[in-house]
Design a protein around this ligand. Sequence first.
Ligand SMILES: Nc1ncnc2c1ncn2[C@@H]1O[C@H](COP(=O)(O)OP(=O)(O)OP(=O)(O)O)[C@@H](O)[C@H]1O
Ligand SMILES: [Mg+2]
Length: 501
Amino acid sequence: MNKGVPLLEAKGIVKQYPGVLALDKVDFDVFSGEVHCLAGENGAGKSTLIEIIGGSYKKDEGTIRINGTEVEFASPKEAQESGIAVLHQELPVLPYLSVAENIFLARQPRNKAGFVNYSEMYRQARKWLDIIQADINPRSLLGSLPMSKQQLVSIAKALSLDAKIIIFDEPSAVLTSVELKRLFEIIGSVKKEGKGIVYISHRLEEIFEIGDRVTVLRNGRLVGTRPIEEINRDTLIKMLVGREISEEVPTERKEIEDKAVLAVKGLCRKGIFEDISFTVNRGEILGVYGLVGAGRTEVIRVIVGADPLDEGEIYIENRRVRIKSPKDAIKYGICLAPEDRKQHGLILGKSVQENIVLPSLHRFKRSLFLDYGRMRSYTRKFVSSLRIVTPTLSQKVRFLSGGNQQKVVLAKWLGMEMKVFIFDEPTRGIDIGAKEEIRSLIRKLAEEGRAIIVISSEIPEIMSLSNRIVIMHNGRITGCLLREEATKEKLIAYSMGANHI
Ligand SMILES: Nc1ncnc2c1ncn2[C@@H]1O[C@H](COP(=O)(O)OP(=O)(O)OP(=O)(O)O)[C@@H](O)[C@H]1O
Ligand SMILES: [Mg+2]
């Protein structure tokens, strides 16, 4: 199908960081009218490759051609002028500028006197946002919007630039399912216009849904490029991880002790959620399913004292507690590994080891000193079980790939000594090889007798982890199912608001 000269052709790309060969002679091309997916485990080199194509990083070796002509980009601006738009994994936003200013950065419409014509700028921004049906005010400050909306603004910007090649670095890690569906429609229509799309994702179903071809990287090397219709799920997994893995291990329901560790009764936050009651027992994993926007994260935020509660009661081991701040929550033994892990929980300038051991330092105290040997072996255990790609334990987390940073934060929470663990979308952005490992560490915490709450939007994940599943819709609990009663159909029906099926 792809005949002629590619829109973009990268050949023999090499990129060396101190101690890490991030790309080792990688070839990659994109033709007009295709979606070329780029896949690979965390740290495989995907973001590095597209940052080079987008002019943000310099390559050490190799050539890049646009429509057959060799180019050398000294900056993202030059790549942009050649028709390449990159939607980054870490949105490099200017949070204090408005949505419209972000879209028209350095190319604002001006009036005759040379001043920025704001009303025109807002009007044009509105037009691009309307095209993607994004309900966003062009005058809002970008930083005040949730991540998913910020991503939509970047999409509007890419379209307004009339880019020939649009590169998405893991958009589904921040978009809600409704927005993702909309994104796929947008991708479908720009593809018809003859643009080339590069799409990075860890979710195989997305690759099979929108991809025409897929290229897999592993440890900076090209594993292969294949048309989607020539491969299936198993071959792709094998290309990705280079070994067989079992994707879902269903839980064997063991007897859960009937001992409530956490109980909430009639929780309410006006206008957001109401009448939320549930208990989590010792050794139990309670799944919380719902569509994005159902109020799951908001309920959790109240339980950990991040937001105030209007009504309702919280009990820890049958004692009523008042949790007014995250500090109170920790005092009662409740911890939350939040959805937005990057913002809440990593110290970018500190090492992998420092980040992982920080909340558990007391474990390593030997009289007045810290036992560095034990600290190292504790860290090494997580680095190997979660397959964290890092040259050394003392590498600053700033230099890890997006997914490996996520793994570091999770390692930090997994090692805490708490009664109640709450995980919000624990495997989002994490490659399939390490997802199962994270799930088994969560199961292990439950086996040790902790009470666990897992919020997840992935049905297979919630079914494989939970002993019981609570389903939310529009700020209310619409269903509660034992693992063995739960089916995909029931979860979807309750999450859409059905009350009794
Ligand atoms: N600025 C940097 N300095 C040193 N090493 C880096 C730097 N940026 C990336 N790396 C390393 O290069 C390798 C490739 O990283 P990259 O971000 O391209 O991975 P990725 O495939 O995008 O992974 P993910 O799925 O986690 O986003 C990783 O091992 C990472 O630690
Ligand atoms: Mg990346």
